[in-house]
Write a protein that binds this ligand. Structure first.
Ligand code: OSB
Ligand code: MG
Length: 373
């Protein structure tokens, strides 16, 4: 297989509900859509779901645009490959920049599935017909506002809810939600906002009796030791997100016993190839995994659904329907959930969704085109 042309679109979608985390608040999101064309004329799409600001990780939309256009596309254009697992080797000289890599890797997988006449889920080794979707809720002005948001999602049928927490927004809002929904599958995500300061540890320990399925990434990404130490003092399982960027991180976290559950994000790990490998490694160590999200547009969301069909994804994924975030998505049909279940499009060739190219062009702030030499 040979990729002969590539396009990047810096696209913007408004969010239906502003989203606030421990670090920022957003009313619209900019992601980069990647369109790769093979020598036989097949087209595969990928999504670079980097946030605009370097708060989740070091990358930004602008850094991704730069790295993708100047380093990654030149590495793949014109190269010969036969399986998408070979793609990361083409850009192995490029350090870091996982979000940028993930978008190209995803487009390569989709292209390969299309050329092979199979679904993306089958290409990845999926087995599940349906994926259980959870929702992620941001920080709200008051606990009562948060309870109202949770009620909306529970009414929509989502069986699992994750709450963003930060110092000062933890025990009180979690108790309020728990009081109203005693049985709900609930967990919290701190995005690394806590330290080992006694006040922070006390707040986190105050969550230990709330019946949470996990506490996600309490401490800074590189502070695996803090996670390992804290885990031993807690009954709630610790899940890692930002800490695990590659397989070496996962091996280290396993060796340190710093991890009980792994959130696999295609973007954070540099693509579907690495995400599948992380799934396999976690599974071999009996660490349950689930698929995290970055508020993906439909292209990345469809890839998350396909990935979530792999057997080790035993916990609900952040693959809520498009309409939780966007009133109009870039794919047709949009991702839909029925009582919190998303069907895996096994009958489809590719990811089961068509990109609305006219709409993508309409919402793009800039576009770029490159072709093989
Ligand atoms: O930590 O999971 C996170 C969004 C932006 C940055 C970090 C995170 C998130 C989410 C998104 O929680 C969840 C989703 O895409 O549904
Ligand atoms: Mg997270």
């Amino acid at each position: 297989m040979r990729i002969v042309a590539a396009e990047l679109f810096h696209a913007r979608l408004p969010l239906v509900h502003e989203f606030e985390t421990s670090s920022h608040r957003k009313a619209h999101l900019d992601h980069i859509l990647v369109r790769l064309t093979s020598a036989s004329g097949a087209v595969g799409w990928g999504e670079i779901a980097s946030p605009s600001d370097p708060y989740y990780c070091g990358e930004t939309v602008d850094s991704c645009w730069h790295v993708a256009s100047e380093y990654l596309l030149p590495a793949v254009l014109g190269a010969e490959w036969s399986h998408p697992r070979e793609l990361p080797a083409l850009w192995s000289k490029v350090r870091g920049n996982e979000f940028a890599k993930a978008g190209i890797d995803m487009a390569g997988w989709t292209l390969w599935a299309i050329e092979s006449g199979i679904s993306l889920a089958e290409a990845l080794g999926g087995t599940r017909q349906r994926v259980v979707a959870g929702v992620s809720l941001g920080i709200e002005a008051t606990p009562a506002d948060l309870v109202a948001q949770v009620a909306r999602q529970v009414d929509a049928g989502y069986p699992r809810v994750k709450l963003k927490i930060a110092p000062g927004w933890d025990v009180e809002p979690v108790r309020a939600v728990r009081a109203r929904f005693p049985e709900l599958d609930l967990h919290v995500d701190a995005n690394g906002a806590y330290t080992e300061h006694p006040d922070h540890l006390a707040a986190l320990r105050g969550l230990d009796d709330a019946g949470l399925s996990m506490i996600e990434q309490p401490f800074a990404p590189r502070n695996l030791l803090a996670h390992a130490r804290f885990r031993r003092t807690l009954t709630t399982p610790i899940c890692l997100d930002e800490s695990i960027v590659d397989l070496d991180d996962l091996r280290t976290a396993l060796a340190l016993e710093a991890i009980a559950i792994l959130n696999i994000k295609v973007s954070r790990m540099g693509g579907l190839t690495a995400a599948v490998a992380a799934h396999d490694l976690a599974r071999a160590h009996d660490v349950p995994v689930w698929c995290g999200g970055m508020h993906e547009f439909g292209v990345g969301r469809a890839a998350n659904v396909a990935l979530s069909s792999l057997p080790g994804f035993t916990l609900p994924s952040d693959v809520s329907a498009s309409d939780k975030y966007y009133s109009r998505d870039v794919v047709i049909p949009p991702i839909s959930a029925d009582r919190g279940l998303v069907d895996v499009p096994w009958q489809a060739v590719g990811d089961g969704h068509r990109v609305d190219e006219a709409f993508v062009r309409e919402i793009s702030l800039r576009a770029l085109q490159r072709s093989a030499g």
